[in-house]
Design a protein around this ligand. Structure first.
Ligand SMILES: NC(=O)c1ccc[n+]([C@@H]2O[C@H](COP(=O)([O-])OP(=O)(O)OC[C@H]3O[C@@H](n4cnc5c(N)ncnc54)[C@H](OP(=O)(O)O)[C@@H]3O)[C@@H](O)[C@H]2O)c1
Length: 255
């Protein structure tokens, strides 16, 4: 029997997981992307692109496509998609497993200020003009128009459009991973004195935090949004092992 697996992606781990699972001949893997990135990296497995139309739309998709397993491997800040995935899984009875990479924790020397969203991050920068690396992606950069006194270096995969309506903003287009040495050079070159970051976790984008620590720079960390309580794994390998177990021929016979 072929097991049909839908992976909700948009992350490096989702792509890695898809590649890993696709090696099994009895798995048919489809990766779903929101379609936000203009030129996404090649995924190596069949891809579908675009929203499903809420939890209802995803439930219809799961039924029509006879999906046996739903994997939520979206970014930890894609809270709506994760909520929809949990709801659609419940509606249809399709099992769900989420890939939840652990968040970062501060270590000695870090100067982190935690905030609950980008609006709060903009306030936390304070009144006095600062030179800020905005490393939160382009979708929510607009919140910083509320603090136009700062200089912004906005790093994103695709351009921020429309441009940020502040007097002093530069858009740097780049895709991670970002090693610490490069991040340090970037912070120094631009005279950055504050970094705004999500708590994405993982190694690929940790370099800016290590570099900020080394340079004594404050980091405003936007806390993770609440995510639904579903079975989860922390790494690609752990999740792949759970999938193997779920579709183990012995487990399937219920022995
Ligand atoms: N937010 C971030 O910081 C961040 C960072 C890196 C990568 N990403 C990736 O970028 C994508 C969009 O993130 P977001 O923050 O906009 O998510 P979101 O706010 O949770 O999702 C908004 C809507 O976009 C659609 N969508 C999101 N992910 C999808 C997927 N993998 N496949 C199909 N439709 C999807 C869904 O539309 P419908 O309701 O119509 O189904 C969803 O309701 C995700 O795939 C995420 O993994 C996000």
């Amino acid at each position: 029997m072929t097991h049909r697996i839908l992976i909700l992606g948009g992350t490096t781990e989702a792509r890695q997981l898809a590649g890993k699972l696709a090696r099994r001949k009895d798995f048919s893997v489809t990766l779903s992307l929101a379609g936000r990135t203009e030129s996404p990296v090649a995924q190596g497995v069949p891809v579908r692109v675009g929203g499903f139309g809420g939890a209802e739309g995803l439930a219809v998709y799961l039924s029509e496509e006879h999906v046996h397993l739903l994997i939520d491997a979206t970014h930890p800040y894609a809270a709506r998609m994760s909520a929809n995935a949990a709801e659609a899984a419940q509606q249809t009875g399709v099992p769900i497993i989420a890939l939840r990479r652990p968040g970062w924790e501060p270590v000695a020397g870090d100067r982190w200020t935690f905030v609950d969203g980008v609006a709060e991050a903009a306030k936390a920068l304070g009144m006095a003009p600062r030179r800020v690396l905005l490393a939160i992606g382009r979708q929510e950069a607009g919140a910083f128009e509320a603090a136009p006194q700062h200089h912004y270096l906005i790093r994103s995969v695709d351009p921020v459009e429309p441009k940020l309506a502040v007097p002093d903003a530069v858009n740097l287009l780049a895709r991670g991973p970002f090693p610490e040495a490069d991040e340090r050079a970037l912070l120094e070159k631009h005279g950055i004195d504050a970094v705004v970051s999500k708590n994405s976790g993982g190694d690929a984008t940790y370099g800016k935090l290590a570099a900020a620590r080394a340079l004594g720079i404050e980091v405003i960390i936007v806390r993770r949004p609440p995510l639904p309580d579903v079975p989860s794994a922390e790494t690609v390998d752990q999740l792949a092992a759970k999938v193997d177990h779920l579709f183990d021929p012995v487990a399937e016979r219920g022995v």
